[in-house]
Design a binder for this molecule. Structure first.
Ligand code: ASP
Length: 700
């Protein structure tokens, strides 16, 4: 049995999994009701899921603090060469100057286990797809019932353990959110991609937005008549800092972890998924940078995409390093082998466990075989607008061929109208050359990885596009952004009737059978895996004699730990605090450490009040490091002290902690936050936003 050697690989607790005694023993000075208290007021009421990140209310007028990297895409979109808020930062001088962003907020009101209702009748189903469709139907009817009961709330059902347990969440959903403040890029993202997923860290990755509601206090879409939302609870800011080994905790909405997957899943990640996506993204990022070099307007258009892709690309490199250095994959494979060969719990013979594990391994073997082709065929095609256009034309033309539609003019018009709307989303291009390169790379990828693939039936005839074909692809009208925008607006039917002569369309259409085959295999394995996973997880729990915590799934979680140094690489020990001195040490030594003179001057204050400084060292603390279990979505989560007061803002993990998504471990898992005193320092001296500091109720 592995039970005794088993160390926990998780710590993102749903609120109903909290062991308050354990938390108090660890250092918490609050009671369970201070954390969550339905119908009354608790810390949960101060927490929001804001555009997929986490934020918390810090004023009675709906002011939310979250990360700069969470608002980055919106700030880039709002920026122009003249008013470059991304580069120079933004501070609304009053509420009328705040700018609408697309970052809806969700606030958890209550939750309830609905597993029995969701799984009702599934034991009588015969196939994985019957089971999945019954689960879907049950969820739909529960949602309908709940939505009728609580029309003012947003209701969601989240899968906690695949195919096994489900929780219903009731949320307040706020759509009108506005940008209040963002620091200059050279503060918020100081260190750029060089420092992303790394410690030591020297950036002020924070920003402020405000949630608004209708005059009646109810959630409402953006309107200039809306009023600030009044949160039930705001976080108390504690500017007294923290010391090594202090107890800390985080609440937030972590996105996704994969802690209960099989060894075969992890092997697939290591060998296929991570390297394939990482190298494609790297190539795409390099193209965007090259093609927008020296062109600010174009760079601003690419900014959000570059930031998002770089974040994933480096995260995947971190995971690849982590999986290579640790025994996470091998350990899980050994557990699987043990489940297959030795599993005997109570009266269970182990035969069924063996069957389940064997089948899971076979399914992942199939996925290993077609994995690369799948990524090119299904995921990377989203990077090519012309592939999406060709697919849309194919779909629309097929609809228009339908006899019933052919003779029904209003229906035909509405289909063409729909085509026009969807096609106009692909144009104009930011850069035509980028679209050409992306198309050629994706098509070559699909062909290369499926042509000689024994797992795929409908194979393409060639592996790579030849020189002549590439030359005519480059001349295709679909890459002429201006002409296509015009045609979509004025003559959409002309596109539909002539597209089949275009080389781009022909190539996409010739690959249809191959791509459908890949999708069918992928989908079939997905359904079967979904049906097997509940049993697999059950066997693992029994075998390891452990009760698992559900994987992160963007629902509210709490994690706790300590401010802690660590040893990421041989011979290196990292102290858990950084200071402003480090900003100046790095300044202008690399392009990612660019620090313009005026920002540097503002950061170099003389006679700084004691409140900004660490009482022990006298330094202005910038970054803090702790051993809490976090993932994406915890970006912007408040770092709280034992009394639930805000001392920092979580924004990242160290390179070695990128494998948190598969397994957490005290040795290598460290998360990174920005000290709340640095937030206040930047607000005061860089953004000169005293009004906001007043609104937060802080006296400096
Ligand atoms: N910076 C991270 C992100 O991109 C936060 C994390 O994953 O720890 O979401």
């Amino acid at each position: 049995m592995l039970g005794s050697a088993y160390t926990p690989e998780e710590g993102m607790f749903p609120l109903n999994y909290l062991n308050i005694t354990q938390l108090k023993n660890a250092g918490l000075q609050l009671d369970a009701e201070d954390i969550f208290n339905p119908g009354k007021i608790s810390l949960t009421d101060a927490l929001v899921n804001v555009g997929g990140c986490t934020g918390s209310f810090i004023s009675n007028e709906g002011l939310i603090i979250t990360n700069h990297h969470c608002v980055y895409g919106n700030v880039a979109r709002l920026s122009t060469e003249k008013d470059n808020y991304l580069e120079n930062g933004f501070v609304a001088s009053d509420k009328t100057q705040e700018l609408p962003v697309s970052m809806p907020c969700k606030i958890t009101q209550s939750y309830e286990d609905v597993s029995d209702r969701v799984l009702n009748g599934t034991s009588e189903t015969n196939t994985p797809s019957e089971r999945i469709s019954l689960i879907g139907k049950n969820i739909k009817s529960i949602l309908e019932e709940e939505r009728a009961k609580y029309p003012e709330l947003t209701i969601e059902i989240s899968e906690m353990f695949i195919g096994k347990s489900y929780t219903l969440f009731r949320y307040i959903f706020l759509k009108d959110v506005r940008l209040v403040m963002a620091p200059p890029l050279t503060v918020g993202q100081f260190g750029g991609d060089t420092d992303n997923w790394e410690w030591p860290r020297h950036n002020g990755d924070f920003s402020l937005v405000r949630a608004y509601v209708g005059k009646d206090g109810k959630p409402a879409p953006y309107s200039k008549d809306n009023v600030p939302y009044q949160p039930k609870k705001i976080l108390k800011i504690n500017p007294n800092g923290t010391q090594e080994n202090d107890f800390v905790f985080i609440m937030g909405y972590p996105g996704r972890t994969y802690r209960h997957e099989s060894g075969s899943y992890l092997k697939f990640q290591q060998e296929i998924q991570l390297p394939t996506i990482q190298s494609f993204y790297k190539q795409y990022i390099d193209w965007m940078k090259e093609l927008s070099d020296g062109n600010t307007a174009k760079r601003l258009k690419f900014a959000g995409t570059i930031q998002g892709m770089e974040n994933v690309e480096k995260n995947y490199r971190g995971k690849m390093q982590g999986l290579r250095r640790t025994d996470v994959v091998q350990a899980r494979q050994i557990q699987d082998a043990a489940l297959k060969n030795e599993y005997k719990i109570g009266t269970l013979s182990g035969k069924q466990a063996s069957k389940v594990v064997t089948r899971i391994q076979e399914l992942w073997e199939t996925r290993n075989q077609i994995g690369k082709a799948h990524f090119y065929s299904n995921i990377f095609t989203r990077q090519s607008r012309v592939i999406q256009l060709a697919e849309l034309c194919m779909y629309t033309n097929a609809l228009l061929q339908d006899k019933a539609i052919k003779n029904n003019q209003p229906l035909k018009d509405s289909i063409i109208n729909d085509f026009q709307n969807k096609a106009s989303r692909f144009y104009p291009f930011v850069d035509e050359e980028l679209e050409k390169r992306a198309f050629i790379a994706v098509i070559n990828g699909i062909q290369q990885f499926s042509a000689a693939n024994p797992g795929i039936n409908n194979k393409p005839s060639s592996q790579v596009l030849d020189v002549k074909t590439v030359a005519s692809i480059r001349k295709s009208v679909v890459f002429d952004s201006e002409k296509m925008s015009d045609l979509i607006a004025k003559k959409p039917t002309k596109i539909l009737s002539t597209i089949n002569k275009d080389i781009v369309y022909k190539i996409v259409s010739d690959l249809s059978a191959t791509r459908s085959n890949i999708s069918e295999i992928w989908r079939a394995t997905e359904l079967e895996l979904a049906a097997l996973m509940p049993q697999y997880i059950g066997y693992r729990e029994d075998y390891l004699q452990s009760q698992f915590i559900p994987d992160a799934n963007s629902t509210l979680r709490l994690t706790y730990g300590y401010i802690k140094s660590y040893k990421p690489n041989d011979g290196e020990i990292h102290y858990p605090f950084t200071s402003l001195e480090g900003v100046f040490e790095k300044a202008n030594t690399l392009p990612d450490y660019r620090l313009p003179k005026q920002v540097q001057d503002k950061l170099s204050q003389q006679n700084v009040p004691a409140v900004f400084k660490d009482p022990k060292t006298g330094k202005i603390v910038v970054g803090i490091l702790y051993n809490m279990d976090t993932t994406g979505g915890n970006s912007g989560s408040p770092v709280l002290n034992s009394r639930g007061e805000l001392i920092g803002l979580n924004f990242d993990r160290s390179f070695t902690a990128t494998i948190n998504d598969y397994a957490w471990n005290e040795d290598y898992s460290r998360s990174i936050g920005c000290d709340i005193r640095y937030v206040l320092y930047v607000l005061k001296y860089v953004s000169e936003a005293d009004k906001i500091i007043d609104e937060m109720g802080i006296k400096l």
